[in-house]
Design a protein. Structure first.
Length: 255
């Protein structure tokens, strides 16, 4: 279901339930392994996650970036958790930090990047339990002062998705700590298994007009272009061998 262009709007990553008493936040860290120590890096990362990140709230899932400027880098995602729960993260432990920096970061290139993403379970669609395999991630820059308008379009897209593509699993996230010079404000994550899905034509324009009325798609594209700037698309491959928890995702009751 490639190029649903505007049917994308959600970032792995990867949980569907709301965190009790607060919204869920995912912690994403992008790491570039030193190619001279790739095997040792993977072994150290796997050991670290299986020791320190093997419980769901602080559980870590690792992905390998498959395309774009970050090809070959790894993303380690922890959560979802509330901000309050973050006070109990393993990072508060000296043993954790010693292992992370001495055995993982020491075998990577300088310049890792950490971001925090808020999950909007009410704006995506997780129709059933599933196992993570591949992700298509579309990340958007939202124009200044247009956040509310962008989220209105996200809801319009969700209505189309729920009515016309109810089997498609996707989630919407917003960056909690944005950088106006970099964008990366809104991410839409699609979960899929087979590469053939990327070549399917969803006929999204026709579907949008059927749901919202003739000519509505043209207005939608104009509104979206007013609200959003650039877009970056990446495919991430789940690496269970480097993760602390499995790729099994359970749909929370009530979602």
């Amino acid at each position: 279901m490639k190029k649903a262009i505007y049917l994308l709007l959600l970032l792995p990553f990867l949980a569907v339930s709301q965190v009790s008493g607060d919204y869920g936040v995912l912690v994403n860290e992008i790491i570039s392994p030193n190619p001279m120590h790739l095997q040792e890096f993977e072994e150290s990362l796997a050991a670290h996650n299986k020791k320190f990140h093997n419980q769901e709230m602080f559980g870590a899932r690792t992905y390998e970036i498959y395309n774009g400027k970050n090809t070959g880098k790894y993303v380690v995602i922890m959560g979802p958790m509330s901000w309050a729960a973050a006070d109990g993260m393993p990072e508060q432990s000296k043993d954790h930090d010693t292992d992370w920096y001495s055995n993982v970061i020491a075998k990577s290139n300088p310049g890792s990047e950490r971001t925090f993403w808020r999950a909007h379970a009410d704006k995506g669609n997780i129709p059933k339990d599933f196992n993570i395999n591949k992700l298509l991630i579309d990340t958007y820059t939202i124009n200044r002062g247009k956040g509310e308008k962008a989220m209105e379009q996200v809801k319009n897209v969700q209505k189309v998705m729920m009515e016309k593509f109810p089997e498609l699993t996707y989630m919407v996230y917003t960056n909690e700590l944005t950088n106006s010079s970099e964008g990366n404000d809104l991410a839409v994550v699609y979960f899929f298994d087979k590469w053939s899905w990327m070549g399917e034509d969803p006929k999204f324009k026709e579907a949008y007009n059927e749901v919202h009325g003739n000519g509505s798609y043209d207005k939608f594209t104009a509104d979206w272009e007013e609200a959003a700037g650039g877009k970056v698309s990446e495919i991430w491959i789940f690496r269970p061998d480097l993760s602390g928890v499995s790729g099994e995702i359970k749909v929370a009751s009530g979602n």
